[in-house]
Design a protein around this ligand. Sequence first.
Ligand SMILES: [Zn+2]
Ligand SMILES: [Zn+2]
Length: 184
Amino acid sequence: MIYNVAALLSGEVGATRVYSIEDESIAHEDGDFHGVSGVVRLTRTDRGILLRGEATGGGVNECSRCLEPAVSVLHTAFEDEYFPINGDLGPGSSLLRQEVVEEEEIPEFWIDEANDMDTSEAIRQGFVSETPMAPLCRPDCAGICPECGTNRNTNPCECEIVAIDPRLAGLLDLKIPENQDIHI
Ligand SMILES: [Zn+2]
Ligand SMILES: [Zn+2]
């Protein structure tokens, strides 16, 4: 998913290369994605290279109920512009050197000194935005028993789970003082 774009950068605006991605992996400290397949289109713009494409891949998270691994198959479409760090490849390629750029306008994606463009971070961010907020290892995951703490998928326990309204739970602790007569 790293492409050398030296030829594209020295070509005409609008020139496009298309690459397919097959069964790649993206490793990251926040979580890896595997079996990544898809297609990317790299188009020369007047400032750099526009990356467009779509990809499918699998991510592994913690199941939100039982904390075991939960695999999510994700599909993302992405569009991000990359800017060359080299200043000698045509107009607009030296964005930071020759122009005054506001802090919030500093681009996120760069083409490195060797004119290599790594698309994996843009694809990874696409997958992250598609990852479910509460992943499940399976749709009917039984979760962890709140009484004994065992995983009820693999080890069903005998605990009776009595749901008590937390606002009423305090009433169970109320004791009537012993030296007080109660007249009914
Ligand atoms: Zn689970
Ligand atoms: Zn239990």
